[in-house]
Design a binder for this molecule. Structure first.
Ligand code: ADP
Ligand code: MG
Length: 714
């Protein structure tokens, strides 16, 4: 490119990043410093500071249209302003504002600086609730946006910083100037035209203009869609490149998915697979056949039947002549999995070089409780390949455990299976990298998973096996309601059923939690549940004691199991039909959902009681209300995401440039999918992005090394 071409070429994000805000009219040292304090140093920072609202002048309520009791937005001019102190020494600023149609009073408590801010003749947008005051209209402590004397039909309103003393109209003016000065060269668009056309995306220049200065409300939607797509595309490009890189550098095993063992296993099941199970098994089979190592996330709500799916994958490894490993986060869970898997594969035979041509499938449990000679033998049999499937904790892939030929690893995991673990696996595997399936019962929206879980492929079991009766959930807070919950437990037990009581969660200390569980157990035994057979289960008990208690409960020798969250996952006793959760507001949504999933596992109707104390103003925790409102794990995951706020997806404590400013993991499901598809299309045709230098440059500009690491380490 010749030098003259370079200076007339359309402007890139890099160009904008190289221009400081001080080059803009009206940005002197004082304003530059103020802008710096809110993270705006360059024209790129400025242009990606998007309006948080837009006011349509022709469409907003006029003062004459305001109705008492409603929230409204009005554009008005300040007529006069005054301030005084109330009798109890609070500051009170009052202003009279109006438009061509009428007047209104606005009142600010404890905001003395409003008197200086709201000078007569100033144009402001006010947002607030309209009350009546001395026969006229009034707003108290409304949101105020100074819009200056900006003309145009639609006024952008930027995030304001009172502290930095920057007004929305100042930002608007600088943005407008930056866009005006960019117009002769135009703004470059790094996204291939074919992708833009296919997904109906407007050009980047148009989008940047229209998000800041739309001439109709409709165009700003298109603008937002395009710019949000760009944010998501960049994230996906990082993830997809990393995924392809890992794939290119590792050779996996091509498993036999059409084999006798899996067929026998499916035929022997006492039920038909659900449609979702069949679909997901198909997705996994496609990965297993391929020589590229699988790295897939299996999401499925509590009770959706993940075990059968996981076992299918493990058996595929076995019928290929390799081994399978199932890893659980704790020993208790590993033991439970072992019991469950054993029952499912009972009687399954694998082809063998012996007189009968067959032998029994061998499944073993390896935890820290297996010691001495037994452990030695187990390790030897694993190394020689005599064990087909081994179940244990993460310790399985650490330390001295050697496999004969590890083919499939299933990770049952609420937490993240990170790069370190993956690296450990690769080391274990030697030449061929095993296929990895990560299971989670904490559903997160599918598209959020694509972003949050980085380079995993995602499968979803979105259908529960038939024959479940929905769980009825009630909140009990008043003493009478609490009485009702305990009466319900006694009735169910009288009818031959069983119950769980979940003790208060004490996050700070397991010791305190155990103490409170013991206390709860004793109280119930002498009180509400007097005369019933109670068992106690908590995390500080020896494994053998836990097994004892669980065994008694499973066999129906206990009526009620009083437990801490150790029963959160994996416990499966279909005869248990009631659960009472104490101090439910202490738990998170995902946790409550998992806990509740312990009941409702049989055909009988089940109930879940959430005992919860309202807060000072009498309201029940939103999380508890959410659990009552639905049993759909995906819906709850959405609510959870919403209640917690999305936060940033990046590592950096400080909001970085690479963060999603417009795109939302919750609302932009379709866009995330499109961006992911586009990223695959681009990367698969051009792995090192040499044919897309501008995109590559944007990744370099906007993602710190740390961000990229973080994204990839999920
Ligand atoms: P998850 O691990 O996803 O919570 P599980 O694999 O433990 O679920 O299965 C929950 C229950 O549903 C188990 O009792 C299991 O036997 C049963 N189940 C699984 N798949 C089916 C199916 N297709 N039809 C009927 N019951 C099923
Ligand atoms: Mg399970």
């Amino acid at each position: 490119m010749s030098e003259t071409a370079a200076v007339t070429a359309p402007l890139t994000l890099r160009d904008f990043a190289d221009i400081g805000v001080a080059t803009l009219k009206g940005v002197g040292p004082v304003k530059a410093k103020a802008l710096h304090s809110i993270g705006i140093d360059t024209v790129l920072d400025l242009l990606s500071t998007y309006p948080r609202r837009w006011v349509d002048r022709t469409n907003e309520a006029r003062v004459a249209d305001l109705r008492v009791g409603e929230e409204a937005l009005v554009l008005v001019t300040v007529r006069r302003v005054s301030s005084r102190r109330t009798r109890n020494r609070r500051s009170l600023v009052e202003a009279v504002v109006g438009d061509g149609t009428g007047r209104m009073q606005i009142t600010f408590f404890n905001q003395p600086w409003r008197e200086r801010q709201l000078t007569p003749d100033l144009n402001v947008a006010l947002f607030g609730k309209v009350d009546e005051f001395r026969g006229g209209l009034q707003m108290t402590n409304p949101i105020v946006d100074l819009i200056g004397d900006r003309t145009g039909r639609i006024v952008p309103i930027y995030p304001q910083s009172e502290k930095a003393q920057i007004n929305t109209w100042e930002i608007a003016a600088w943005v407008e100037e930056a866009l005006r000065r960019s117009a002769p060269r135009g703004i470059s668009d790094p996204v291939p035209a074919s992708i833009r056309e296919r997904h109906d995306l407007v050009g980047r220049g148009e989008a940047l203009h229209d998000i800041h200065l739309p001439d109709a409300m409709a165009v700003k939607h298109r603008a937002r869609r395009r710019l949000a797509f760009d944010e998501l595309l960049r994230v996906q490009l990082v993830l997809v490149r990393r995924k392809r890189e890992i794939e290119a550098n590792s050779v996996g095993i091509s498993h036999h998915v059409e084999g006798e063992l899996v067929r026998r296993f499916h035929t022997a099941l006492p039920y038909e697979l659900t449609g979702a199970q069949r679909r997901v098994i198909g997705e996994i089979a496609a990965d297993l056949v391929s020589t590229q190592p699988m790295h897939r996330l299996l999401q499925g709500d509590v009770g959706s039947g993940k075990t059968v799916v996981a076992l299918t994958a493990l058996l595929a490894a076995v019928q290929t002549g390799a081994q399978g490993a199932l890893m659980a986060p704790t020993e208790v869970l590993a033991e439970q999995h072992f019991a469950g898997v054993r029952a499912l594969v009972e009687g399954l035979r694998v082809p063998a070089d012996n007189l009968f041509g067959e032998r029994q499938l061998r499944v073993e449990l390896l935890t820290n409780r297996v010691t001495g000679a037994a452990r030695k033998e187990l390790l030897a049999d694993l190394a020689s390949g005599e064990i087909d499937i081994v179940i244990g904790t993460h310790a399985l892939i650490q330390g001295a455990v050697g496999f004969h030929r590890l083919g499939v690893v299933v990770v049952d995991e609420q937490h993240r299976f990170g790069v370190e673990q993956r690296a450990a696996l690769r080391d274990k595997a030697g030449a061929a990298v095993p296929d990895v399936l990560v299971m989670t019962a904490t559903p997160i929206p599918r598209t959020a998973a694509m972003t949050v879980y980085g380079d995993l492929d995602v499968s979803v079991l979105d259908e529960l096996p038939p024959g479940r009766t929905p769980i009825k959930t009630s909140i009990a807070s008043a003493p009478l309601e609490v009485e009702g919950a305990w009466a319900d437990v006694r009735e169910e037990v009288a009818a031959g059923r069983q119950a769980y009581v979940v003790c208060p969660l004490i996050e700070e200390s397991e010791k305190l939690e155990v103490a409170s569980a013991v206390e709860t157990y004793e109280e119930l035994q002498g009180g509400h549940l007097y005369g019933l057979r109670l068992g106690l289960l908590h995390g500080r008990m020896a494994s053998a004691d836990k097994d004892d208690v669980m065994g008694q409960f499973r066999r129906g020798e206990l009526d009620v199991l009083v437990a801490t969250t150790v029963i959160e996952v994996g416990v499966d006793v279909p005869n248990a039909t009631v659960m009472v959760i104490l101090d439910a507001e202490r738990f998170g949504i995902a946790q409550l959902h998992q806990l509740r999933g312990r009941v409702g596992r049989g055909a009988a109707e089940s109930r879940c009681w959430l005992l919860s104390t309202p807060d000072e103003d009498g309201t029940i925790s939103a999380r508890v209300e959410a659990i009552k409102s639905t049993t759909d794990g995906f819906e709850l995951a959405e609510i959870d995401l919403h209640l917690r706020g999305e936060g940033t997806i990046m590592n950096s404590a400080q909001k970085g440039r690479s963060d999603l400013r417009l795109a939302s993991l919750r609302h932009d499901e379709e866009l995330i999918r499109l961006a992911r598809e586009a990223a695959f299309e681009i990367v698969d045709a051009d792995p090192d992005l040499s044919g897309h230098p501008e995109l590559a440059d944007e990744l370099e500009l906007l993602f710190t090394e740390q961000d990229a690491e973080f994204l990839a380490s999920s």
